[in-house]
Design a protein around this ligand. Sequence first.
Ligand code: ADP
Ligand code: MG
Length: 335
Amino acid sequence: MSINLGEFDLIDRLIRGEKTAADGLVCGGGDDCAIIAGRGDNDWLVTTDALVESVHFRRAWCDMHLLGRKALSVNASDIAAMGGIPKFYLVAIGLPDDMSAEDAIHIYDGMKECACEHGMILVGGDTVASKSGLLLSVTAIGEVLHGRALLRNGARPGDAIYVTGNLGGAALGFHLLERDVVNSKAAPFIQKFLNPSAKVEKGKLISEIGMATSMIDLSDGLISDMGHIADASGVGFEIAADEVPVDENISILAREIGKDPVQLALTGGEDYELMFTVREKDIDAFERKCSGSSCASDFRKIGVVLEDRNVRVVKDASGREIDVPLAGFDHFRKL
Ligand code: ADP
Ligand code: MG
């Protein structure tokens, strides 16, 4: 069987016709998490993400402990992307013949270590045999103050686009692993790819300040993830390539392996930093509020939201449009 639709068209087709309104449902599919009315002043956030052998990772590349950490982190990241705090998780694991109980225990040790850092608790799951590779599927549940979750659909023309952290490091790490470059200069980027961290503190701060209009975590790549905000909000965007934060060491190493560092930062994916938009009139006040917080020191304004949903451009320092593939990672794209 072959899938003749792109990943996002397929998802649209699969969820078509599903109810979008129900008692207790604040926001259904289509965002980083579903939002369900919760206890007291809080709403629940629910999300699920799977890691599949040979698709998301190669077993030869990563120890089981790190894989467990990553499986949990990418889910906690979707909760951070709405400004929430991760609380609970469930795990479905599909184990192939050539893995041992010890391997599974190492995966769980990694998940538990990462969960402990976030204050999360394992509350269930499922354990099955797999005939074709390891499957690790995590469902995470978090909480956010009612009405404070940041969705993808709130961006408005004129809003400033911000990102947190440095971009391109995880994609560089992937390319270095693929080329078997595993020296000490490469190590921090390989770590970024194998052991990403969810930006929960940053997401909570952005939600608490109350001036952001939309947010998403950077899993597919900056341009593609901005595309998700643009699709959901019915807007376009312009990104200033020279404002996109790229670490000097990323630039050096990327060039050594023949990769353009800015393209890595724009399209690479898996950085699990956050991207968000802030109302034009609130930009100064937002930046003042951030200036007192150490976790906001790496927030960077990189572009602007446009009214015309068809305009999605990246410009260089002289204002010239540069060529960037607008699509990010798509599981079913035919190459
Ligand atoms: P993320 O990268 O934030 O994890 P995805 O790109 O995986 O988000 O998914 C986009 C949206 O589509 C999410 O709201 C997700 O819950 C939903 N979704 C993805 N796959 C399915 C599916 N097979 N069935 C129902 N909803 C899905
Ligand atoms: Mg996400």
